[in-house]
Write a protein that binds this ligand. Structure first.
Ligand code: SAM
Length: 239
């Protein structure tokens, strides 16, 4: 029998190895070759990364803490985590993304100072869909990945991520609120040329229910919005 959602996943993998890779590498990068919308999304996404780093460092030092960054993209989160001393396992379904993340980590985590007392550990990068990840990590983080999957598949993904986490799970997703739902519908009426994948919105209550089903509860919530970027951020812990 074919895996449920196997086809969605293949489409996502293909997209993020090709046109999606080019598009998102630009958005997550620093070059000026972005349009107004892409620049706005870049800003929103960087706020999400900042929020996550603050959530984590507010709870204590990351020195030696194991973190699984599932769907790591170009390494926007994996790299700052490593700078804070975390032991990072970063993976993505797209081989193109993983090699870009690895390249950027090598550039940015280069030890410049010989007498640095505790140099960052290079993240361990791997091509893997999050459903195939194994092991146990203190913290599991999955940012802006659920948007590519309907809630029916997101439930299983959330359950699997929670099973890998010992003390906390941080997720971000596009919230299904009236306003954003409307924006998205308008977007579907007038699809842009580069919108190659569907975007799925998730109701916070559905995500919370998926977490509760596997014995987790939400401890902290955040909301990041710019003009074109919306993300609900949740930190969950064992109930
Ligand atoms: N988390 C990164 C960040 O916030 O910078 C990247 C976000 S990007 C919008 C979505 C990423 O999820 C892409 O790199 C894509 O290849 C990856 N992805 C999509 N489906 C995945 C899956 N099932 N397992 C692992 N990665 C996946």
């Amino acid at each position: 029998a074919e895996e449920v959602g196997g086809k969605d996943k293949e489409v996502v993998r293909e997209y993020f190895n090709n046109s999606g890779f080019q598009r998102w590498k630009k958005i997550y990068g620093e070059t000026d070759e972005v349009n107004k919308v892409q620049r706005d999304i870049r800003l929103g996404h960087s706020k999400t990364v900042e929020n996550v780093m603050k959530m984590l460092t507010d709870e204590g030092s990351l020195q030696g803490v194991t973190v699984c960054d599932a769907g790591c993209g170009t390494g926007c989160l994996a790299i700052p985590l490593a700078k804070e001393g975390a032991i990072v396992y970063a993976s993505d379904i797209s081989a193109a993304m993983v090699s870009e993340a690895e390249k950027q980590a090598k550039e940015q985590l280069q030890i410049t100072n010989d007498d640095q007392s505790s140099p960052p550990t290079m993240p361990k990068f791997e091509v893997s869909d999050l459903e195939s990840l194994k092991g146990k990590y203190d913290t599991v983080i999955c940012l802006d990945v659920l948007i590519h999957y309907p809630q029916s598949q997101a439930d299983g993904m959330i359950a699997h991520l929670a099973s890998l986490a010992e003390s906390r799970l941080i997720l971000s997703f596009a919230p299904k609120t009236f306003y954003y739902d409307l924006l998205k519908r308008v977007g579907e009426l007038f699809p842009g040329p580069s919108k190659a994948t569907r975007a799925y919105l998730h109701a916070e209550a559905d995500v919370e229910r998926a977490l509760q089903k596997v014995g987790w509860k939400i401890k902290e919530r955040g909301l990041i919005t710019t003009q074109f970027y919306f993300a609900r951020l949740v930190e969950a812990v064992p109930a």
